[in-house]
Design a protein around this ligand. Structure first.
Ligand SMILES: *Cc1c(COP(=O)(O)O)cnc(C)c1O
Length: 229
């Protein structure tokens, strides 16, 4: 077995353990393998042990890899997205995790309408106020959800966040708890074109804490592709 496969299985088993700890069903959690630093060969190794979801953060890499694996894997856009690149990935991304402004939301609606597709997205929320480079504040998030009621080609499936890096993941548990609370709260209200069933949170350093706090999607890169043992 390749070490990528061992790593992938080890991340899966750590997800199962985190679920067990809090009484969750591991089937509720989707592992997105963040392949942004590796090539096709490494992705093939991950696929051979069952990986079906890849995350990319640059449009150019996304497109190259999507072309190779089209129809065999799902591709997630997880990185900051410029409005002028939206048209390239609409309809190709299973889920765009990083929608953090009204302008970007409306561009996705515009391009998805032209392509005649419904694009699933998550709103990236800046929960901590520290990682303030990207991510919508609470008010912006609500404005986007409300504006999307008039859209026809975008479906808001949930929320995404990036916790600030801390060696001790317990220190960022509150970030995950807060995103989950935001998801539960917005899911309980009725908005057209918003289903809010997913939170995308947790990376190599902190995914177990995120799963304990209710993550539905975790985005793990280095623990799969760069851990050696
Ligand atoms: C790179 C990246 C990840 C994965 O990070 P690792 O620490 O390698 O697991 C997750 N989410 C986003 C948005 C990223 O850019």
């Amino acid at each position: 077995m390749s070490s990528i496969c061992e790593n992938y299985n080890s991340v899966l088993s750590r997800i199962r353990n985190a679920c067990e700890k809090v009484g969750r069903n591991p089937r509720e959690v989707t592992l997105v393998a963040v392949s942004k630093t590796v090539g096709i060969d490494e992705m093939n190794l991950a696929m051979q042990c069952g990986c079906l979801d890849f995350g990319e953060n640059r449009v150019q890499d996304f497109l190259k890899k999507h072309e190779v694996f089209e129809g065999r894997a799902r591709f997630h856009m997880i990185g900051h997205l410029q409005t002028n690149k939206v048209r390239n990935i609409v309809g190709k991304a299973s889920l765009i995790h990083s929608v953090d402004s009204m302008r970007l939301l409306e561009e996705i609606e515009h391009r998805a309408a032209i392509a005649n597709v419904v694009q699933d997205i998550l709103i990236q929320v800046d929960v901590s106020g520290e990682e303030s480079k990207f991510g919508a504040a609470y008010d912006e998030m609500m404005e986007m959800i409300e504006a999307n009621e008039n859209n026809r080609n975008v479906r808001i499936r949930g929320l995404m966040t990036m916790a600030p890096y801390d060696e001790d993941p317990e220190k960022v548990r509150w970030v995950f708890r807060k995103l989950k609370a935001l998801q539960v709260d917005t899911r309980s209200k009725t908005f057209y074109n918003t289903s809010m069933e997913y939170t995308s949170m947790g990376m190599s350093n902190d995914f177990e804490v995120a799963v304990e706090e209710g993550a539905d999607i975790v985005r793990v890169g280095s623990s799969i592709f760069h851990d050696t043992h």
